[in-house]
Design a protein around this ligand. Structure first.
Ligand code: GDP
Length: 297
């Protein structure tokens, strides 16, 4: 694996929190992500979010940013964790207030706890006449998860992903949680981060969405991502704008890799194109040998 040099404390700058939305099926994860995306909440950003690139960033009125992983559900979260990727800073767990704590709610809670990621509960669908958010908080309390209204420490907010009620306040609570984490990263070095998704586009070739976690990615950089490599030819943000560079906690779509790396693969910028290619080739060789061995057993 590639070593990333340790950063000197004075090189660290605050960065946006990276948030994953989890919860039981039909409790409103997609609706919440869509609402936040469309509400474009949010001062001074040119154009709405038009591209589904697997992650997007929003800016709140106070200028603070939040980056959302735009693949709802804990499959993506666990797939990334299985590949050793620590991407999420905060888990928003959506619970429908007209339902109950369901199996996937419990799973989402255990995944977040196992990863040591703080939880913010979004008690959703409060616009429905049958909604009973207090019942949900009671059930959480019985699982030893005391939310703030109930005298505990866990942030939670009643929302409607349909009308947008409470969503702004939910995001403010996410930011509060983020402040406690004091998230920092060094933007002034070669970039590294994690692949969010990648696919082959008929006209454009391989398109990879990556989340820059350290350093700044620039056009012309030589990237190694899993078993793929290539030179960054173009970069696009979630608004479809071409950009020249992307710093920490920025999701960005890049063109120029020679294949589609897997979600959760780490990426690094290397000084030398040949070195990137060599490591990528060696890794795919190893992977092929590995799969031949598993087939024989
Ligand atoms: P997911 O499976 O968790 O991604 O859930 P969806 O976002 O697909 O939502 C499931 C259903 O609940 C859809 O029909 C949504 O329109 C509906 N829904 C989601 N949030 C709300 C809400 O806040 N209020 C109401 N009334 N319906 C909602």
């Amino acid at each position: 694996s590639i070593e990333v040099e340790a950063d000197a404390p004075e090189d660290l700058k605050s960065r946006a929190p990276i948030v994953t939305v989890m919860g039981h099926v039909d409790h409103g994860k997609t609706s919440l992500l869509d609402y936040v995306r469309q509400a474009n909440v949010i001062a001074g950003e040119s154009g709405g979010i038009t591209q589904h690139i697997g992650a997007y960033g929003v800016t709140l009125e106070g200028g603070q940013r939040i980056t959302f992983l735009d693949t709802p559900g804990h499959e993506a979260f666990t797939a990334m964790r299985a590949r050793g990727a620590q991407v999420t800073d905060i888990a928003v767990i959506v619970i429908a207030a007209d339902d109950a704590i369901m199996p996937q709610t419990k799973e989402a809670i255990s995944h977040a706890q196992a990863a040591g990621v703080p939880i913010v509960f979004a008690i959703n669908k409060v616009d429905r006449p049958t909604a009973n958010p207090e019942k949900i908080k009671d059930s959480l309390a019985q699982m030893n998860l005391l939310v703030e209204d109930w005298g505990g420490k866990i942030q939670s907010h009643d929302i409607s992903a349909k009308t947008g009620q409470g969503v702004k306040e939910l995001l403010e609570k996410v930011l509060l949680e983020a402040e406690l984490l004091e998230l920092k990263s060094n933007p002034d070095k070669r970039a590294n981060g994690t692949v969010v998704e990648a696919f082959l586009d008929k006209g454009r070739g391989y398109v990879s969405t990556i989340l820059v976690q350290g350093g700044t990615l620039k056009i012309g950089d030589y990237v190694l991502a899993g078993t793929n490599s290539g030179k960054v030819k173009a970069m696009q943000d979630e608004r479809g704008n071409s950009v020249k560079e992307a710093g920490p906690a920025t999701p960005i779509s890049i063109l120029g890799l020679d294949g589609a790396p897997q979600a959760g693969d780490k990426f690094h910028v290397l000084e030398d194109e040949r070195e990137a290619k060599q490591i990528a080739t060696k890794r795919s060789q190893l992977q092929r040998e590995q799969s031949v061995r598993t087939q024989r057993h």
